[in-house]
Design a binder for this molecule. Sequence first.
Ligand code: NDP
Length: 459
Amino acid sequence: MGRYDFDLITLGAGSGGVRATRLAGGYGARTAIIEKSRVGGTCVMRGCVPKKLLVYAAHFAEDFEDARGFGWSMGPAQLDWPALIANKEAELERLEGVYRRILRDNTVRLIEGSARLADPHTVEVDGQRYTAEKILIATGGWPSMPSIAGIEHVITSNEALDLPELPRRIVIVGGGYIAVEFAGIFNAVGVQVMQIIRAGNILRGFDEDVREVLAAEMEKKSIRVMRDTVVRSIEKHSDGYSLRIDGQDDLLETDLVMYATGRLPNTRGIGLEEAGVTLDDKGAVVVDEWNRSTVESIFAVGDATDRVNLTPVAIAEGRAFAETFFHNTPTRVDYDNIPSAVFSQPPVGSVGLTEDEARHRGSCDVYLSRFKPMKHTLGGRDENTMMKLIVDRENDRVIGCHMVGADAPEIIQGIAIALKCGATKAQFDATVGIHPTAAEEFVTMRDKRPEHDADLGKC
Ligand code: NDP
């Protein structure tokens, strides 16, 4: 045995923590991982995975309707929500088992309980002390909400994934990824959805055309988006909730209130500051390019560092950490051209710069296409697809690519490789399309959007 019990102790068995620790274990390090909740973390247990299962479930509502246009007839379709939640839970249990097995197979010791740092090399779990040469903080994030009267009555995405029954009406506060995704899920399964956003539009930070097109499509599907609106207080009654809105006399009545107003790093109360680790004003662990905190022996990856809060990024950071310190292969994460998706209805896929970002950097050309997907010709659905390319005028490189429409996340994943390789518009144009697909539009866009349209910010 060395000077310490372990070479590495990781706090948090989510995507980033598990990847780092199992790789380190596989490279021969003596490792332990501490988890106070379910192995798998936010993405697998309370985020991406269960959310995507509910997105699939919700989409059947439209699929059943659209099938009629293709000649199918069927009786009224009925959703058994408790059955869906039970099936989803069974899948999460299976995945948790897979994660536990991966840890075992890589000789990672799993310690279940709440961890607290006693010093830069010591972690305490339920009165038991463990020492390690390196400590990795991978504790993720947690929903953050404004402290208004009655906020204790609301649910977050954590509870939304496990509702025992569906409400008739729901108010969702927030306009980010989570709010937009849950608005789509609840609306599709028949809940009346009112989305309240404090800004003028949803999805701040996304390309303006994406924001406009998605908001319009959501509104077509009967989701009500209340813009420039701030909730002042929430009151609970025996049969629902009343919301007081800034500047309005009438109360807004609903059956359930969900807040999706961002997430904060889960780093308080675990002894980090006492051990000398610097946290920023949001509580994020301040790290260098090697994921090292301000304390030599303490590192952090994933949402706990509040860099790019996406699962694949946390996994990349966890891998880079393990490669650097346990495999003698210094590895840094490349944060350029990280694609992302919003599993709204219809979904969004994006990679690279928004048009506004591109225009701030220099001159660019914009290619934009809006069309009705082939499936909706017979299906009859009034839903459009929007695809957009942004090209650097100086070197012809495609520097931004955005899509709202069916399969956007699947399509953008492939386009992201092209952007990572620095593909030019000429190379996009030289690529033969696959016909008939929506994706082929990305290699057949020939007409630049006229400048004056861009100035107006319109398609
Ligand atoms: P986001 O940061 O994406 O959005 C937060 C939203 O809440 C914004 O619309 C913001 O408004 C609003 N908001 C913030 N504070 C208040 C307030 N006090 N009152 C009213 N509105 C407020 O957070 P999410 O919770 O949606 O998601 C958290 C993280 O999870 C994201 O960073 C994302 O990376 C990740 N995620 C990724 C997914 C994916 O990849 N598909 C899916 C789900 C989550 P404003 O625009 O005005 O700032």
